[in-house]
Write a protein that binds this ligand. Sequence first.
Ligand code: 3HC
Length: 292
Amino acid sequence: MSTTLSIENISTILVIGAGTMGRQIAMAAALAGYTSIIQDISEEGLAAARTELEGWAASRVAKGKLDQATATTALEALTYSTDLEAAAANADFIIEAATERLDIKTQIFERLGKLAPAHAILATNSSTLGSSKVAAATGRASQVCNMHFFNPALVMKCVEVVRHETTSDATVETAMELARALGKEPVLINREIPGFIANRLMGAIQREALFLADAGIASIEDIDTTARTALGHPMGPFALMDMVGLDVIDFIAQATHAETGDPADAPNPGIAALVAEGKLGRKTGAGFYNYN
Ligand code: 3HC
């Protein structure tokens, strides 16, 4: 039943998960002129997404970076739903950005295999689970891949398109084209590897930064300053971890370590301790830094 969906045939994009990533991916799709649906099981999650996106659009308009008509059109193109069956029925391209748990994702992809039109491509935004883990459950493995966006997704240009062994060339091509249509610069990863490209590079920098701080060589402030002023990074590794969320950083390390067994990938005890204290970074007002 494999079909070739080309970019011209995509009009409706469904994003599953109204969290930090899902909501901004859906807004990027709406801004690019697509009918965009955010589906989440939580009404509160959908309401929070709507509030953030409406606020974001209003502030872009106020700053003169987005004209009012474009903002209004995009917000009207964006709908919110708790009903997966109805949301998937007319979707041409689906990007799953739900909780990073294999059991949850497998269940979602199994349902999507039944609910979405036969031509629909099913992508996951997962950074830790290669799409091969959920592809079989869909009954259309050749139309499944990873499409990994970066936080904040409305700003960051990169999308990692990751193929698994049976992802078709047509699926890869359409995913790359869609990323371009959303104003992104996609990169192709030819086979699954934990962390893909970006999180492996980020992980290496974070490990070194944590080593320097833990050994008392320099303060986290000075390590962050050095990353910015010597290397031109937009933010230092500690500020970045706080922005991504220390729970997410810890989870990525756990998942990567479980897969590789490499001691270098083991979660950092200092980060695990902050997570246990509820200090998850910017979203809770404290992490490596205080944000109050
Ligand atoms: N949502 C939407 N837009 C945002 C935003 C957010 N959360 N935060 C900042 N922006 C926008 C601002 O509106 C502004 O837009 P404008 O220039 O058009 O007016 C622009 O980004 C720049 O923002 P600021 O001037 O406030 O601040 P900065 O110049 O410091 O930029 C930043 C903020 C874009 C976050 C920049 O610091 C940066 O690029 N940091 C690195 C981010 C990064 O590495 N992300 C990847 C994380 S890893 C990941 O996501 C993978 C996952 O698997 C963990």
